[in-house]
Design a protein around this ligand. Structure first.
Ligand code: SF4
Ligand SMILES: [Zn+2]
Length: 348
């Protein structure tokens, strides 16, 4: 076990999960997304499971999803109750996203019988279902069963590759799998004609702003033939993570929204047929990707519009005095080995 893996583990040592009702889902809500060239309403369900198996071993440096997990087994009966409760607010959306704070295909989180029962019901009610999984659970055995359930309907798996660079994934993110593992999973999904959404992390720990822009765009170039959708997630500072540990010590600043826009514009040119989107969790706050505060809302709205419309024209009118500060950061951060404090003007 290397030092980063140990630190990820250590930061969870004293963490006590909150007492939660195992028969209630984490959250469910309706949002907009894209289906067959149209913007539609999508129903999103997050089930509360035992938690991501990788997080229970050590976990990724930026991931605080375990804060939502039970950290103990959730019975099959409770998982089905969670699903039934979530479906009480379902209003006929043709597209459903069903997530756990881990991997929907991991048998340690959801047993095959429960998973298949949930998928069967969703396949009858919808045209598209999207779930998430680490690559090691994307196997022929699981996908062939899901294919029997879905037949010609659309099933999508989202997987957090984060970067195509194995060194960054291992030493800055502690992800625990390789680019080859991802490619193998992508090929398995293709065999069954399932869709692949790939999450790419903007501004992993220990990368400068400039390195992160380059890392994200070169990742798009390397995965564009595998991914149907490339979904960027700028790092936000979540509780009990290595990112938070360094952020509190002023050794980490979440990405500038200027960088996010730059990445989206370049990615759109590079991506070929893959859709590009970006979900800025915590955007505009000190824990999320942000600019100077004055312009954050305009940037966040443009990013939402771009994710739906795929048109970089939405970025054309963005301007603010803080652009100079962002450019300064790109110029001088190497001198400080990437450890510049947040000088966007908000917290001085
Ligand atoms: S990012 Fe995904 S794989 Fe990593 S710890 Fe979180 S849930 Fe698990
Ligand atoms: Zn600004």
């Amino acid at each position: 076990m290397n030092e980063l893996t140990q630190l990820c583990k250590l930061l969870k040592k004293d963490f006590t999960p909150r007492i939660r009702d195992p028969s209630k889902p984490v959250r469910c809500w309706s949002e907009k997304d894209f289906l067959e060239d149209k913007v539609v309403d999508v129903y999103v369900i997050i089930l509360r499971t035992r938690g991501c198996s990788w997080a229970l071993k050590s976990g990724c440096t930026m991931c605080g999803y375990f804060n939502d997990s039970m950290w103990e087994k959730v019975s099959d009966k409770d998982l089905l109750k969670q699903f039934d409760r979530a479906m009480e607010n379902y209003s006929g959306e043709r597209f459903v996203k069903i997530f756990t704070s881990g991997s929907f295909l991991d048998d340690n989180e959801i047993k095959p019988a429960v998973r298949n029962e949930i998928l069967r019901e969703l396949s009858e009610k919808t045209d598209k279902v999207s779930a998430e999984s680490r690559p090691e659970y994307i196997t022929d055995e699981k996908l062939s069963t899901i294919k029997e359930i879905f037949q010609s309907k659309t099933f999508e798996i989202g997987t957090g590759l984060e970067t195509a660079n194995d060194f960054v994934r291992e030493h800055a993110i502690n992800k625990g799998f390789t680019f080859n593992d991802y490619k193998k999973a992508a090929q398995t999904l293709k065999k069954y004609n399932f869709k692949l959404k790939t999450y790419v992390l903007i501004k992993p720990l220990l990368l400068t702003e400039k390195e992160s822009i380059d890392d994200s765009t070169s990742t798009v170039d390397k995965i564009k033939t595998y991914a149907d959708t490339i979904s960027f997630n700028p790092t936000n500072v979540q509780r009990n993570t290595v990112v938070e540990y360094l952020w509190k010590r002023k050794q980490y600043r979440p990405a500038w929204l200027w960088s996010v826009v730059e990445i989206l514009k370049t990615s759109k040119k590079l991506a070929g047929n893959a859709r590009i989107k970006c979900d800025v969790a915590g955007g505009g706050s000190i824990r999320g990707a942000h600019n100077c505060n004055k312009c954050d809302r305009k940037f966040l709205d443009a990013i939402v519009d771009f994710s739906l419309l795929q048109d970089t024209k939405v970025f054309e009118d963005l301007d603010c005095k803080c652009r100079e500060k962002w450019l300064d950061q790109l110029d001088i951060e190497n001198l400080g080995f990437g450890s510049l404090v947040d000088f966007s003007g908000r917290y001085q």
